[in-house]
Design a protein around this ligand. Structure first.
Ligand SMILES: NC(=O)C1=CN([C@@H]2O[C@H](COP(=O)(O)OP(=O)(O)OC[C@H]3O[C@@H](n4cnc5c(N)ncnc54)[C@H](O)[C@@H]3O)[C@@H](O)[C@H]2O)[C@@H](O)CC1
Ligand SMILES: [K+]
Length: 389
């Protein structure tokens, strides 16, 4: 996959410019997109086995047009095709209408997606050409949801053209309903929403086809929406090679605050993670009830346990970096820990879990902090209710 990701608006605004700069007609792009989708279907999704029957679901835009190109290619390979069309196929325009006409000329038949529409049990694969980058609002109950419901119930393998229909290409949010794909083939540039939000659940294996204009596209769009970073490319920033004669004191001192009575797990795991990722020295500051659980079987972790949180002051001063919150709770002890932490708030710190919940009650901003909220904590901090809680 390429390393730059784009928004849907960037795709829509610049595809034609990239085609022009590459000396290609827009129809050529659609034709290549459909051929790439057909290739992905045959080679990757069906692993080279020839299907007897495929179902193509077509919407009203160019995503549907790509679907018609797939359908035409399949017909020419003597594969039976059920082409389900949402709405009147006569309303298709431009290249999508050309793709439809070519499919009809090759002997294809268009079946409207109405209340009587079904997907046969023995279809080998479903190709989703309902919505691509043009999805702009919630999908309402009707033929689109019927098509998506039927596809979801089918055991056939599913290939999404460009984006699984219902997934928003910018956010990865589901707009009403979504067709979960086994694989997605995306064109020209990858879209940010193929990696964020609910995308991992619905995109399946993501394939990319640049259609011969990807380079021009990257040059035209100077500020992509996101950069995809593979861990191997950046691991040296986190775990640089260490001098053979180095000493533990050269690699920083982490102090973790949390682990209230009955909540020793998170602080211990956080401590272990610090050790694994290279901290020279790691000390946890916990409630006395958690001391044994944190230390047991993890002798490299240092622990200071105290009911009176003032005992922690010295170690907070000692730290290079702090993390507060794992297993902290919200009782008097937890509030005392947070107050103490706030007195040292200029140290680089990770603020997590219950520290965020306490902070949400009297919010403050600090440029030295990295906040790591889950969606519920983020909702509390932002003063909005997260539907996930
Ligand atoms: N423009 C290009 O250069 C290329 C475009 N291609 C394909 O074209 C797609 C984009 O095509 P379009 O811009 O036509 O967009 P789509 O085919 O994604 O659909 C747009 C249509 O759906 C409607 N719509 C949006 N949300 C809706 C909702 N919730 N309920 C009902 N209708 C809704 C819009 O009003 C519009 O009529 C890409 O994802 C890609 O698959 C490819 O052919 C490659 C080349
Ligand atoms: K799609």
């Amino acid at each position: 996959l390429p390393s730059l990701a784009y928004s849907c608006a960037q795709m829509q605004e610049n595809e034609a410019k990239a085609a022009k700069a590459s000396g290609l007609e827009m129809w050529t792009l659609m034709s290549r997109a459909g051929q790439a989708a057909y290739h992905t279907l045959r080679v990757h999704l069906l692993q080279g086995t020839k299907p007897n029957h495929i179902t193509v679901l077509a919407g009203k835009g160019n995503n549907g047009g790509d679907g018609y190109v797939v359908a035409e290619a399949a017909l020419k390979d003597d594969i039976n095709v059920l082409l389900g069309q949402v709405g009147d196929h006569m309303s298709l325009k431009g290249d999508a209408a050309t793709a439809r006409d070519r499919f009809l000329a090759a002997g294809g038949v268009i079946t409207p997606i109405d209340d009587a529409f079904t997907i046969p049990d023995d279809t080998d694969a479903i190709v989703d050409g309902l919505f691509g980058t043009g999805l702009s609002r919630e999908i309402r109950q009707g033929p689109f949801t019927r098509a998506i419901d039927l596809a979801s119930k089918s055991k056939a393998k599913k290939l999404a053209i460009d984006i699984p229909s219902g997934l928003h290409g910018d956010t990865g949010n589901v707009l009403g309903t979504v067709l979960s794909a086994d694989a997605t083939i995306t064109f020209i540039g990858v879209k940010k929403g193929q990696f964020t939000g609910k995308a991992p659940q619905h995109v399946g294996i993501l394939y990319f086809a640049g259609l011969g204009v990807e380079q021009a596209f990257d040059e035209i769009v100077s500020s992509p929406a996101a950069e995809l970073v593979a861990f191997n490319r950046v691991r040296h920033r986190f775990m640089p090679l260490r001098p053979l004669a180095a000493h533990k004191a050269a690699f920083g001192k982490v102090v973790l605050l949390g682990g209230n009575n009955g909540m020793s797990g998170a602080i211990r795991l956080a401590g272990e993670a610090c050790q694994r990722t290279g901290s020279g020295l790691t000390r946890t500051l916990t409630h006395p009830a958690s001391q044994q659980a944190v230390m047991f079987g993890r002798p490299e972790l240092m622990v200071t346990a105290a009911q009176d949180v003032n005992a922690f002051s010295h170690w907070i001063d000692w730290a290079t970096v702090l993390a507060v919150g794992p297993g902290l709770g919200q009782d008097d002890w937890a509030q005392g820990v947070l107050r103490l932490f706030l007195k040292h708030a200029s140290k680089p710190s990770v603020v997590d879990a219950d520290a965020l919940n306490l902070l949400a009650k009297s919010p403050q901003h600090n440029p030295h902090w990295v906040l790591t909220p889950h969606p519920g904590e983020a909702g509390r901090l932002l003063g909005i209710r997260c539907p996930c809680t």
